[in-house]
Write a protein that binds this ligand. Structure first.
Ligand code: GLC
Length: 526
């Protein structure tokens, strides 16, 4: 089946400040990533996504860009980026970078100019509303907290910031802003980047009249962000016009070969995710309903089946369990159960679903969130725990850095590290390696159709992946008790538990928190 490279690929997200420090300053860097490409290659990774690498005052750790076409000096320079891309490409590993188009840093020269006077040529690059300091222009809330407006006395006007006040929103109704961002896209594609993960993609266009947002009418426990905010971002986010901006980004990206756009997509309603994946828009979009699902078969089933139902043949799913914005899934799943066993089941789900899996660095060794003492906190909204240094060995700083001071504290690298797991066939790392290899050697796991398996217990997630030649059942027991599942005869290709015998009888008995991938002897009819 003719799939694109990004449909077959396993992606690996790297938080560059925390992956590997090559120069001993306590901060990970691009040369550190290059030095570990062997590791990624042997794990079977096809593409990496780098969190923001641009110069930035780091109010939001790089999501506040002050120069779109440079490299933050902590991380290296353009030559280091070129070395990374060249070495990765030599191994057949693609590199995508983070594009943060919704807002800049307030120290970006564009904003410095824009705020200087009402008549500055860059004034209209941001969203300004003249007024008095006592009343913001509307009721929009910042994603982080409080009003999304900041009063600037220099010109007696408010500017919009949907995140921190140091992150003013650009105005995509201004064609010059659109053109400037196209230039940024071209800059990185010319340099060999294979595409972008695009930050806050659904938010790029705001209501032309800046109307008040209505109160949120429904709270849906299956969609965690619905139970959080009290406001429906009707006029500030996921506007119909945003699709025109995305189409233009895609047109620029398609003028280079084989590049991709991956959206950080928070649609207002989850059903609208597929709208971003039309043939002339994004190739991939993160599925946050899946990422944020509690460890519960019915939550995952709902997220997966809704995706399968709404996507249609043109849109391709993306599956992710963790990223740099939320507690790691192994830590979340540990709150009310055996996080390690659950994370193994979740990994099997991740690689066996129909769609492109993204791994967050360290999840392949079962890294947990690090404890961050109050005086070591760096992130203004408390996301440091999941951004701690990669745990390579049991040496000081987990082998991440030779510095006495790492930028964030390390987690428990004595217990959990790459070196220790490399030689342990029962480790999380070994399981990830096997899952990736199995996926690559089993066409049904990549190309096969997805179908729910009828008749399985509700608290298990059981599904089929079929091609004309191969028939697979993936059976995942989300409970802490054994579960029997009646499946046709076949052979167990892999279990999340070590030492499982490999023949499936007509009834499969799953151990507590066990997942298996079974190759059936014959097609299930019906
Ligand atoms: C995205 C990023 C997050 C950042 C925010 C503002 O959600 O993933 O880390 O803080 O955008 O750019």
């Amino acid at each position: 089946m003719a799939l694109h490279w990004w449909q077959r690929a396993v992606f690996y997200q790297i938080y560059p400040r925390s992956f590997a420090d090559s120069n001993g300053d306590g901060i990970g860097d691009l040369d550190g990533v290059t030095a570990h490409l062997d590791y990624l290659e042997s794990l079977g990774i096809d593409a990496i996504w780098l969190n923001p690498i641009n110069p930035s005052p780091l109010d939001d750790w790089g999501y506040d860009v002050s120069d779109y076409c440079g490299i933050h000096p902590d991380l290296g320079d353009l030559a280091a980026f070129d070395r990374l891309v060249a070495d990765a490409h030599r191994r057949g590993i693609r590199v995508i970078v983070d594009l943060v188009p919704n807002h800049t840093s307030n120290q970006h020269p564009w904003f410095v100019e824009s705020r200087a006077s009402r008549s500055n040529p860059k004034r209209d690059w941001y969203i300004w509303v003249p007024g008095s300091p006592d009343r913001p222009p509307n009721n929009w809330q910042s994603t982080f907290s409080g009003s999304a407006w900041k009063y600037d006395p220099t010109t007696a006007s408010w500017y919009l910031h949907m995140f921190l006040e140091q992150q003013p929103d650009l105005n995509y109704r201004n064609p010059r802003v659109v053109e400037a961002m196209h230039d940024v896209i071209r800059f990185w594609l010319e340099r060999g980047a294979d595409g972008f993960r695009i930050d806050v993609i659904a938010g790029l266009i705001k209501d032309a009249e800046l109307r008040d947002n209505p109160a949120r009418a429904v709270t849906d426990p299956d969609i965690p962000w619905h139970s959080k905010g009290t406001q429906d971002p009707l006029h500030s986010h996921d506007r119909p016009e945003v699709h025109d901006v995305i189409r233009e980004f895609r047109r620029v990206s398609d003028s280079y070969e084989q590049r991709i756009l991956v959206g950080e997509t928070w649609p207002r309603e989850h059903e609208r995710l597929a709208d971003f994946l039309r043939p002339d828009e994004l190739q991939l979009a993160f599925n946050f309903r899946f990422l944020l699902a509690r460890y519960d078969a019915s939550r995952f089933r709902a997220a997966i089946e809704q995706t399968e139902r709404s996507f249609g043949p043109g849109a391709w799913p993306t599956w992710t369990l963790s990223n740099h914005d939320f507690p790691r899934h192994i830590s979340r799943y540990s709150r009310d159960g055996d996080g390690e066993a659950r994370a193994r089941v979740a990994a099997m789900m991740l690689f066996a679903l129909r769609g492109t899996p993204f791994i967050y660095y360290g999840e392949e060794i079962g890294m947990r969130d690090a404890a961050i003492p109050a005086d070591r906190k760096r992130d203004p909204v408390g996301r440091d725990g999941c951004r701690s240094p990669m745990q390579w060995t049991d040496a000081p700083n987990g082998g991440f850095s030779t510095s006495a001071n790492t930028w964030l504290p390390c987690g428990d690298f004595k217990a959990v590290n790459v070196a220790r797991q490399l030689n342990d066939p029962h480790s999380m790392l070994a399981l990830y390696g096997r899952l990736i290899q199995l996926r690559k050697s089993t066409p049904a796991l990549v190309e096969g159709s997805y179908r729910a398996f009828e008749g399985a217990p509700e608290d298990c997630l059981v599904f089929r992946r079929d091609t004309p030649q191969q028939h697979i059942v993936v059976a995942l027991n989300f409970t802490a008790e054994p579960r029997a599942i009646a499946i046709p005869a076949g052979k167990i290709l892999l279990s999340t538990l070590p030492d499982r015998s490999n023949v499936a009888k007509s009834s499969l008995m799953l151990e507590p928190n066990e997942g298996v991938i079974v190759m059936l002897d014959a097609k299930i009819t019906g």
